[in-house]
Design a protein around this ligand. Sequence first.
Ligand SMILES: [Zn+2]
Length: 77
Amino acid sequence: MASKCVYCRREVPMERTMQICDCCGVKVWGEKMFKAILAGTDCEKEKGNMELGRVSESNDPGSIQELHKKINQSHLL
Ligand SMILES: [Zn+2]
């Protein structure tokens, strides 16, 4: 069961913690930052610690909307 990108609905790799594809991730954070985030989340997952994902969801409920805005703006450019 593959997960799909929350923005463009493309499939994202099974091992990815976030449901965001490379393309959208790079648009939002930039390539360097996105890779760092992936490395961090992969690391957390290996340890069996999913706190990082939960914390960002519960502490920052506006972040998804913010990211959508950024994605929409980048599509318009
Ligand atoms: Zn995407």
